[in-house]
Design a protein around this ligand. Structure first.
Ligand SMILES: [Zn+2]
Length: 206
């Protein structure tokens, strides 16, 4: 299996008889739900409600590299202090799915060319919004995966409230080590995740 969970093992040598916790590398892929229960899941690619019009994930799990998970959990704590929670649309994305997306939308403003690979394929990007205390999605002006200028951070012909909502999302994410992406209000990638390798492993569904 590709994605290893937390493992502990007893040292073989009697001189080290104490149980030893294996330290998980920051670049290991982990399941977000094992680190926090405070996220709302709306994994669009595990349904047919997406621009591919196809269910391309077998189950709605959010896998990311551990360092991405750590930063995301911290960002969520900041949102929770203000009465909001992160809602997830997409996390790690196998390269094969990236290829399918590129076939439909071959425009690098909206979908990364699979030859280069998206930060999603590297386990360092998330597509998110926020929900309020009642679980209601905050108005960001467009739906997730709306491929048009209205989805961009530089588009200002929106209500003051919507602009403030986008700004709030961006501010907290940037404070927690993420970069925004100009043409998609929902996309954030970990600044330190850009150089990690592209992966094409699918996760196990239990
Ligand atoms: Zn994205």
């Amino acid at each position: 299996m590709f994605f290893l969970g937390i493992v502990s093992a007893k040292a073989q040598n009697e001189a080290y008889a104490e149980p030893v916790e294996h330290k998980i590398e920051d670049t290991t892929f982990v399941n977000l739900k094992d680190y926090s229960k405070d996220f709302v899941y709306d994994m669009k690619y595990a349904t047919e409600d997406n621009f591919l019009k196809a269910k391309v994930y077998d189950c709605a799990e959010c896998f990311l590299r551990l360092k991405t998970v750590k930063a995301l959990v911290e960002a969520n704590k900041d949102f929770m202090k203000k009465g909001y929670k992160i809602k997830l649309y997409d996390c790690y994305r196998p390269l094969s799915i990236q290829k399918k997306m590129w076939e439909i939308v071959s425009n690098p403003e909206y979908v990364a060319d699979p030859k280069k690979g998206s930060i999603h394929n590297r386990g360092g990007a998330v597509d998110i919004s926020i929900v309020d205390a009642n679980g209601k999605e905050v108005d960001m002006g467009t739906a997730f995966d709306f491929f048009g200028p209205e989805a961009g951070h530089n588009y200002t012909k929106l209500s003051k409230q919507i602009l403030a909502n986008r700004k709030f999302l961006k501010k907290i994410m940037i404070q927690n080590g993420f970069n925004s992406f100009d043409s998609e209000w929902w996309h954030y990638n970990l600044k330190t995740g850009l150089k990690d390798t592209v992966s094409n492993q699918k996760w196990n569904c239990e």
